[in-house]
Write a protein that binds this ligand. Structure first.
Ligand SMILES: NC(=O)c1ccc[n+]([C@@H]2O[C@H](COP(=O)([O-])OP(=O)(O)OC[C@H]3O[C@@H](n4cnc5c(N)ncnc54)[C@H](O)[C@@H]3O)[C@@H](O)[C@H]2O)c1
Length: 271
């Protein structure tokens, strides 16, 4: 379905790696809704080249940027405004990476250089992105900024490891920067807390298969897919959500408010 919700809107999409990425699906949906954008990812992620296909499909240009580098972010924001012809209306931060998770280091035996790197990539990069946009006055009034997060920021999911702490920090940045962006520029800032989703980042979490199946059985509406997340983000970038800001918005089929479901009780009952 296409409602032309983003006609005339321009923005930047971080984090499309391959066709499973939440950012990939979101770029496709934004394009269908009439939005124009620049795609960006870390130079190393661009080397695989899959993003070229998405750029072609959505008539967009790619600008490499390591989201932890202020120099790269300055270049990205300036070039994006040149390419798109003016200030921006939407930003999607869809970035996450934990070196401890990648290298199999448990939460109780962290390598703190890796903890620091993951925190910078997964959380502080959101502050750096917003500070760059804010200082360059790069956002139009009533623009919208969204970052993706996970419920391990509020509740314990043991194998989510240091990403749980990174997501808690990310959500706090959304509120803190959202205050200044709201007051000074009339721009809203929110996080969307998404169901487990089979992507490169998602599947990197130990026990992901058990985890996603459990969430599916707990959530009354079942897990939200990457496409569901893309649709929610389109709504958040549209003019229909102008006064929603400083929120952590659950897109999880109801999982976050469940205690237990009948399916899960059945799975544990003695037959
Ligand atoms: N998959 C899930 O289960 C799930 C659930 C909730 C939230 N999320 C969040 O959704 C977002 C997108 O992840 P995804 O699941 O689509 O996986 P993904 O692996 O497709 O996307 C993660 C992206 O982060 C990018 N990235 C890593 N380091 C970077 C850097 N230094 N600079 C710029 N980009 C960098 C990667 O290149 C990749 O494109 C992440 O924030 C993730 O934590 C995912």
């Amino acid at each position: 379905m296409n409602y032309n919700l983003l006609k005339g809107k321009k923005g930047i999409i971080f984090g499309a790696l391959d066709e499973n990425s939440i950012a990939w699906k979101t770029a496709e949906r934004i394009y269908e809704e009439g939005g124009k954008f620049v795609l960006t990812n870390a130079p190393i992620a661009l080397r695989m080249g899959e993003i070229n296909e998405l750029a072609k499909k959505t008539n967009s240009q790619i600008i490499p940027a390591d989201a932890t580098s202020i120099e790269d972010l300055n270049n990205l924001v300036e070039k994006s405004m040149e390419i798109l012809g003016g200030k921006l209306d939407f930003i999607l931060h869809s970035i996450g990476m934990s070196v401890n998770v990648r290298k199999g280091k448990p939460y109780t035996d962290q390598n703190y250089d890796w903890t620091h790197k993951g925190w910078d990539v997964s959380a502080v990069s959101f502050h750096k992105t917003m500070q760059t946009l804010y200082q360059k006055d790069a956002m139009n009034e009533w623009g919208s900024i969204v970052a993706l997060t996970y419920m391990a920021a509020q509740r314990v999911f043991p194998d989510y490891n240091d990403m749980a702490d990174n997501k808690a920090y990310l959500e706090s940045i959304a509120r803190s920067f959202g205050y200044f962006f709201g007051k000074d520029k009339k721009v809203r800032v929110n996080t969307i807390s998404q169901s487990p989703t089979p992507t490169t980042a998602g599947q990197g979490v130990k026990g992901f298969d058990g985890f996603i199946n459990y969430a599916e059985k707990m959530a009354p509406l079942g897990n939200a897919t990457a496409l569901d997340c893309a649709n929610y983000t389109v709504a958040m970038f549209s003019d229909l959500t102008k006064k929603v800001t400083l929120q952590n918005l659950y897109n999880d089929g109801g999982f976050s408010n469940m205690g237990v479901s009948n399916e899960v009780i059945d799975a544990f009952s003695k037959k």
